[in-house]
Write a protein that binds this ligand. Structure first.
Ligand code: ADP
Ligand code: MG
Length: 308
């Protein structure tokens, strides 16, 4: 049986950027921050059976647990730098560790983030990652900058990961929806492009409406009106949602979490970034509304969404 130190050396020592003076192996990591930048820090813990299915492949678990942290950095407009990995394992299962670290480092290398340390303990499977990024002073994207009259945009098709979870629970293990659940793509490039462009930004982890409400509240109790025809047109193009009836697609898109897409607001005249879609507008009076084909507005609630 591998001891803790051999396990760390075998599976978690990996190439690092020049900013890492000392990575895993000493009492703590030693890092050189980029000159003149602000640091952006986030942490997310994922529990088996709660945040990901118990039987998700280990490579996907590794990928996904880092992705949710990178998505927070993306939503701040930050450049990823370093992360710490706190891993709780029920036992030392080498094929599992091999696959987990392959999935983890596939995304780490693609995103330019270095693993600089962590912790390994024994217990029910849980993965906690703390990630640090950097942003030029004053340029971070925040939740509190939305203004009445802004457009609301989303960086992809919402609802696909939620549909993936639904399909997973029904026994399906492949297809575009399941892929979105297992390998969410943190929108780091979009986040950086939105510096100086977006008034407010958040990543969708809890669901589009729930996360939109966070922006509205942080920005001073504003309201929002979503455009049903724009949403329906967007959702109709998604292969991951094609099996669903239109009303069900809309419900997934508004309520399901796990998409890790950026949701942001910008001035009405600002250009729409490639791959992003306008789905509504910020209004001065509080609350959520949906404007239908005929131009009438219906009230929406973040929690009690019902199809109409
Ligand atoms: P200490 O007893 O000083 O807290 P640990 O035994 O927890 O040290 O860890 C020893 C070294 O291995 C530390 O540098 C730590 O950051 C690193 N480390 C522990 N777990 C991991 C991991 N999962 N991934 C990367 N590095 C790790
Ligand atoms: Mg320690």
């Amino acid at each position: 049986m591998l001891d803790e130190f051999s396990l760390i050396r075998r599976y978690f020592h990996h190439a690092q950027s020049d900013s890492v003076v000392l990575g895993p192996g000493d009492d703590a990591a030693l890092l050189t921050p980029p000159a003149g930048q602000q640091l952006v820090m986030t942490q997310d813990t994922s529990l088996a059976g709660r945040h990901f299915p118990e039987d998700m492949p280990a490579a996907d678990i590794g990928y996904r647990c880092l992705a949710v942290n990178l998505s927070d950095l993306a939503a701040m407009g930050a450049e990823p730098l370093w992360f710490l990995l706190s891993l709780t394992l029920p036992d030392v299962d080498e094929p599992w560790l091999e696959a987990f670290s392959a999935g983890l480092f596939a995304l780490a290398d693609a995103s330019g983030i270095s693993l600089v340390g962590g912790d390994v303990t024994r217990g029910p499977l849980s993965v906690s990652i703390q990630a640090t990024g950097a942003v030029p002073p004053g340029q971070a994207l925040r939740r509190d900058g939305a203004r009445a009259g802004d457009r609301i945009l989303v960086g992809g098709v919402p609802g696909e990961a939620g549909e993936g979870l639904n399909q997973w629970q029904a026994g399906r293990r492949d297809g575009p929806a399941v892929a979105r659940l297992c390998r969410p793509a943190p929108q780091l490039v979009l986040g950086r492009a939105l510096r100086g462009q977006a008034h407010a930004a958040i990543d969708i982890s809890d669901g589009l409406l729930a996360d939109l409400v966070h922006v509205l509240k942080a920005s001073g109790d504003l309201g929002a009106c979503l455009h049903e025809p724009a949403l329906m047109t967007l959702l109709a193009k998604s292969p991951a949602l094609s099996a669903l009836a239109p009303a069900m697609r809309l419900s997934r898109a508004l309520q399901a979490g796990d998409d890790y897409l950026l949701l942001f607001t910008q001035a009405a005249r600002a250009p729409v970034p490639a791959g992003s879609h306008v789905i509504g507008e910020i209004q001065s009076h509080p609350g959520l509304r949906m404007r239908g084909d005929d131009g009438t507005e219906h009230p929406l609630t973040a929690s009690g969404w019902q199809h109409f």
